[in-house]
Write a protein of this length. Structure first.
Lengths: 145, 130, 665
């Protein structure tokens, strides 16, 4: 039995370069703490996030994946976040069908000015994923070292 | 008391399907209303008063029976608020609160008349069976 | 295998305070591909950069990872450093261990652990990096302005002023647009013609500007810096270079019953015409729909009276092909049709008019020579009702109105009301409004003057119904403040019709692959920070094609668009962003998914011949990306079902490698 009290989740965050990555930087500049469990991967736009990346993260042992993009209507590339939203809602319902809890995945809009929102979102997400415990359903044990 | 008013208000919104928040207070509904002079409260006031929860005066007002349901206000409203439906819903609330105004399927055979058009039954159901 | 150098920055104590940088450098030393690992106080300083350059040379590095602050801060710096040492700048990756690690984690152990993981992710990515070279494309130093209203005129003048040639394409026989039809302009009440016509003359006389009037753009190909445009010059049956604009033909033409569109059909013109006295170019045009000679071959009066011999009944449409570096859209607006607003009786009575028609009625060059007379009987109206927001802010009636506020109506209605009271103090003027919106310099003062000094009756409420009775118009309206219904016997009703983008805009947007909103207004690249650029590179927006605007705003936007065009045309070559999408033709199945999601129209399909393994050749339809147009969002890479599309700098395998590195606990 996994020791739940000491469980540290592994969170992968995909952040778009123009809004959310800058929002994460702002959270840093303002010294707004969020757990070190969150590791950010920079992508040009939320629409660059291939559902494969998310499945791969779960397969390799991530406990939660969050995609952050610009607010609707503010996308640097005009419509990228709309594509992301549609793709992710499809992917999430598929994950739901596979028995992956909804709280392990999330799409959030964070602008470059919303450092506080970024930190709050990450805190909340980590809390939710911690409560769920480790992701066992999709983790591929062969990938473990 | 507060609760009853709120319940009434929700009921009116539910029956009518109207969202009074869409109103931009242009008054075109009242401007176009043929029974304006007969009414104490006018279509735009209905929308505003339902929105702000001031129901008591409306429920007591004779205005609810003066509306011709001509739907001119529905036709002309630039925001699609449909005031006539709201007035109709207020009228229904008053009628229902008097009681014994519900229609059940079992009541139909006794009331049935060869001359009654099918459509009348349908609209009676729509009105009294909610 | 790459030869990777890792450089960990202390950033004073900013990073070193909560991350054990020495441990990070040590831990990353044994990652695959890493041949050198070092840490230093300030990597971005001159000494730090020299350290990197020396290491690149000494260890013959093929890629570097800098563990430091955000790439948004110093990625460009380190890329330059790499380039100075002879390394491709796109072989640099940054691990953000300051903003996204040391600054937010107070615990040394977890901070160090995370910094190592971020470093590993960057190393994993750089292992798969390939050198990238930004593409270059030349710039044609000529601009195209589509639309010759005040927006197009101002943009063209400003671009020409900077020394670049400009062509204006205008569908009407003359430039001038809507402003030429106006009488006075708010809030200063300058006469529109007095301030516009000198600008039109400037355009005509400017050597850098060519005017293609009575013409339209029929085809646009190419991309920023290199547009190939086909312009259709409609036959006007008058030789432009010979016609002197004397106007004799327009007086002698026997076909007198042609509705004059310049006066919105309120009077008639001849079949050969010059729209108005100050037209530019001042050249006659034959209206082929009405000309007896062109229809039956029997007339020829204009050719007989023309002393210059400019009439040419045999003229044909011409097609002109030209290259441009930038395209400015200035297609403007039109008032919406009032046909579906039955309650205002626009189609039942001649005395119900739109504001633009009112403008012509009060214009000295208009059908009544500036006297305000009822169109039905030519009498002076004594009671005038203005109705605002006709078709504007009309959410429920999408088939007839517009959801947005048309912005200019409040001010021009105040102007009309004020001018009417000024000229004809015996006239009662009512304005029915929902809200009076007059933000703008000296705008609200102007509106208040109409009320306070000129005694215009402003009534809060909408008009519900206008019904013609005898020679009066019965106006039924509600006064929401007094709480009563009003019945006014009006002589004239003026409707402030909503404005909509010109109908030609939709087709033009398709040709330019410029995006539009649901109302057919062009979308800007960023609503706040790039308001005059279209998301499509090289396409700029000027005036009301982007959204409702008054004249001062239009002129300032026109100038802004011009400055953006000048900035583009000043460049000899455009350097692209090399992080663009790239299609693997061998994998592409020709499905067009990528083409459909691309917001920039950067992807095109073409048939290509491929040699198959069995030595036969096969023609397949494959996608190719124009790197000059692609902005590198990556939408296509995810849409591609066969995995043929990938994004340089953010390749699928690179992001996968980052995911793997992070998840490898």
């Amino acid at each position: 039995m996994q020791d739940v009290t000491n469980f540290k989740p592994l969170i992968v965050a995909f952040c778009c370069n123009w809004c959310s990555y800058a929002g994460a930087d702002l959270a840093g500049s303002n010294r707004l703490a969020y757990p070190a469990d969150v590791k950010i991967i920079r992508v040009p736009c939320s629409c660059r996030v291939n559902p494969m990346f998310i499945l791969r993260a779960f397969q390799r042992g991530a406990d939660g994946v969050i995609i952050c993009g610009c607010h609707p209507g503010d996308c640097h590339y005009t419509s990228g976040n709309y594509y992301a939203r549609r793709r992710m809602s499809l992917l999430f319902s598929m994950l739901d069908y596979l028995g992956i809890e909804r709280d392990r995945t999330r799409v959030e809009w964070v602008s470059a000015a919303e450092g506080a929102k970024f930190a709050a979102t990450m805190n909340d997400f980590v809390e939710k994923v911690t409560a769920l415990g480790p992701n066992k359903r999709l983790e591929d044990l062969r990938c473990k070292k | 008391m507060e609760n009853k008013n709120e319940r009434r208000r929700e009921e009116i919104l539910r029956i009518s399907g109207v969202n009074p928040r869409k109103c931009m207070k242009c008054g075109k509904c009242s401007a176009t209303c043929p029974s304006y002079d007969e009414m104490e409260y006018h279509p735009h006031e209905f929308v505003y008063m339902v929105e702000s929860g001031e129901l008591a005066p409306l429920l007591e007002s004779k205005s609810i029976y003066k509306c011709l349901t001509c739907f001119a206000c529905v036709e002309r409203c630039p925001r699609g608020v449909e005031p006539a439906k709201l007035i109709e819903a207020v009228r229904l609330t008053v009628i229902r609160e008097k009681g014994a105004n519900h229609l059940k399927a079992d009541d139909i055979p006794a009331k049935l008349d060869e001359e009654i058009p099918q459509q009348l039954l349908m609209s009676a159901f729509r009105k009294y069976s909610k | 295998m790459q030869r990777i150098g890792v450089f960990v920055c202390h950033c004073g104590t900013n990073i070193a305070g909560t991350v054990d940088v020495v441990a990070v450098a040590e831990a990353l030393k044994n990652e695959p591909g890493v041949v050198h690992s070092a840490e230093y106080q300030y990597m971005c300083s001159q000494a730090g950069q020299d350290l990197i350059k020396a290491a690149i040379k000494e260890h013959n590095l093929s890629g570097i990872v800098v563990c430091s602050c955000s790439p948004r801060m110093h990625e460009a710096t380190f890329r330059k450093t790499a380039a100075a040492a002879g390394l491709n700048p796109y072989m640099v990756e940054i691990a953000n261990i300051r903003e996204q690690c040391s600054w937010i984690h107070k615990d040394m152990a977890s901070g160090t652990e995370k910094a190592i993981i971020l470093g590993k992710a960057a190393i994993a990515k750089v292992n798969l990096n390939t050198p990238l070279t930004p593409g270059e494309s030349p710039v044609t130093k000529r601009a195209l302005v589509i639309g010759g209203g005040i927006a197009g005129i101002q943009t063209a003048l400003d671009i020409a002023d900077a020394g670049f040639p400009v062509d204006i394409v205008e569908t009407k026989p003359t430039i001038g647009g809507k402003m030429a039809q106006l009488d006075k302009t708010f809030p200063t009440l300058d006469c529109a013609a007095c301030i516009l016509t000198p600008k039109m003359v400037d355009v005509a006389q400017n050597e850098k500007i060519r005017i293609f009037s009575y013409s339209e753009v029929v085809d646009v190909r190419g991309f920023v810096g290199n547009f190939d445009v086909t312009i259709k010059k409609r036959a006007r049956y008058v030789k432009e270079d010979i016609c002197t604009g004397c106007g004799l033909c327009t007086e002698k033409c026997p076909q007198k019953k042609v509705p004059n569109e310049f006066n919105l059909g309120m009077d008639n013109r001849r079949a050969i015409y010059i729209p108005f006295a100050q037209a530019v170019p001042k050249v006659a045009t034959i209206d082929a729909d009405y000309c007896t000679m062109l229809k039956t071959g029997k007339c020829g009066v204009c050719a007989k009276v023309c002393t210059a011999g400019a009439i040419d009944y045999e003229a044909k449409d011409e097609f002109i092909e030209e290259k441009y570096g930038a395209v400015v859209v200035a297609t403007g607006f039109n008032p919406i049709s009032m046909d579906k607003f039955d309650e205002f009786a626009y189609n039942q009575s001649k005395d119900v008019i739109t504001s633009l028609e009112f403008e012509r009625l009060t214009n000295a060059a208009g059908p009544t020579a500036g006297k305000l007379l009822r169109p039905s009987d030519g009498e002076h109206p004594h009671t005038i009702v203005f109705v605002q927001c006709v078709g504007s802010r009309c959410e429920a009636c999408a088939e007839k109105g517009k959801e947005y506020c048309s912005k200019i109506c409040c001010m021009y209605t105040a102007k009309h009301a004020m001018l009417t009271r000024d000229k004809y103090p015996d006239t009662d003027v009512y304005v029915f409004y929902i809200d009076v919106r007059t933000p703008g310099k000296a705008f609200d003062e102007f509106y208040r003057r109409a009320v306070e000094e000129y005694g215009v009756h402003y009534i809060k409420g909408m008009v519900g119904k206008v019904s013609p009775e005898g020679n009066k118009l019965k106006v039924q309206a509600s006064d929401l403040i007094a709480g009563k219904q009003l019945h006014i016997d009006a002589d004239l009703v003026v409707l402030a019709a909503a404005i909509e983008p010109d109908k030609s805009a939709r087709g033009l947007a398709t040709m330019l692959t410029a995006s539009m909103d649901t109302n057919d207004f062009f979308t800007e690249a960023h609503p706040k920070l790039r308001p005059v650029e279209s998301p499509t590179a090289g396409v700029f927006l000027s005036g009301t094609c982007q959204g409702p605007k008054d004249i001062p705003e239009t002129v300032s936007q026109a100038g802004a668009a011009a400055s953006k065009v000048i900035g583009l045309l000043c460049k000899d070559k455009l350097t692209g962003n090399p992080c663009v999408a790239q299609s693997d033709e061998m994998m592409c199945n020709g499905c067009s998914s990528c083409e459909r999601v691309c917001p920039y129209g950067a992807i095109t399909y073409s048939d290509k011949e491929f040699r198959m393994p069995d030595r036969t050749t096969k023609i397949r339809r494959v996608a190719s990306v124009n790197p000059a147009v692609c902005q590198g969002c990556g939408a296509c890479t995810v849409a591609c079902p066969s995995g043929a599309m990938d994004l340089n700098g953010f390749k699928n395998n690179q992001i996968m490698a980052e995911v793997d590195a992070i998840c490898k606990m």
